[in-house]
Design a protein around this ligand. Structure first.
Ligand code: ADP
Ligand code: MG
Length: 258
């Protein structure tokens, strides 16, 4: 049975897609069977996995509205060696089309149930909002991975997100929990970064992943080559950090990499 994790943070530009793509590639390199679901109409995870979002015959949109199954819309990332259920701007329409549809918040969950056995991990990259798409991600998942930058407003946003997760847990998905907080774009030279990082560890203890993802330009350059950073430049600090994160996650779940 696959472990299904949603990468969420309602803020934009905090590193959700970078984390999704690089974690999927890191897991693939650790011999884990991974599926990445792009649930953002911007299609950044799709492009960053080496798939052109403009030429999709089928995408997660068709899956959500019930026109096809996950397997029929899934492709293999040519660069990352993981599977991807791609997205493009068409997905924005799903929000409206699902209004009034029965069990609309569990469309993704129901669709993923049919491919569950084929993967060790399913990762879901969310849009920067608490929309029906994100709710589908939360309902499909066992856990939430929260990438965050260590800055003052990040803490404020975090309490909103944790409250949302509690509501989803209470009303829709009793399996949902926070797997962990991942500190990204980390720059230890900034004093505030260190202060916020320490506060996070004090408040959330073991829920804070030990791995720190540094600010690293190679991670930002990789998507324009259609590659995850861990493939584009495996020796870079950012790539190594995401490989460490993949190993930490697998180990934390009690299934050490072979
Ligand atoms: P989100 O999906 O939350 O909107 P992205 O993953 O797209 O965020 O990241 C926003 C921007 O920051 C992108 O341009 C990305 O390349 C860059 N970025 C993300 N993580 C890092 C990092 N660790 N170091 C440098 N740049 C990063
Ligand atoms: Mg994104």
């Amino acid at each position: 049975m696959a472990r299904i994790f949603v990468i969420a943070n309602q803020k934009g530009g905090v590193g959700k897609t970078t984390t999704s793509v690089n974690l999927a590639a890191a897991l693939a390199r650790l011999d884990q069977r991974a599926l990445l679901v792009d649930l953002d109409p911007q299609g950044n995870a799709t492009m960053g996995s080496g798939i052109d979002k403009r030429g999709l015959a089928r995408s997660v949109y068709q899956v959500l509205i019930g026109e096809c199954g996950v397997a029929e819309a899934t492709q293999c990332s040519p660069s990352g060696q993981y599977d991807i259920l791609p997205a493009n701007r068409e997905l924005a329409g799903a929000e409206v089309e699902l209004v009034g549809v029965d069990r609309r918040e569990t469309r993704l969950k129901d669709a993923l149930a049919r491919v569950d056995e084929q993967y060790d991990f399913i990762l879901i990259d969310c849009p920067p909002s608490l929309s029906m798409l994100t709710l589908n991600g939360f309902c499909a998942a066992h856990g939430v991975i929260i990438p965050m930058q260590c800055e003052y407003f990040a803490l404020e946003g975090l309490s909103d997100l944790v409250n949302t997760i509690k509501k989803v847990h209470a009303n829709f998905n009793p399996d949902l929990s926070v797997i962990g907080l991942l500190r990204v774009m980390f720059d230890p030279r900034v004093t505030l970064t260190q202060q916020v990082s320490t506060q996070l560890e004090q408040h959330f203890g073991d829920k804070v992943f030990k791995t720190l993802i540094p600010r690293n330009v190679r991670l930002a350059e990789a998507p324009s080559y259609g590659q995850p950073g861990v493939v584009f430049d495996p020796q870079s600090k950012g790539a190594k950090a995401y490989m460490d994160f993949g190993a930490e996650l697998v180990e934390r779940l009690g299934n050490p990499p072979v």
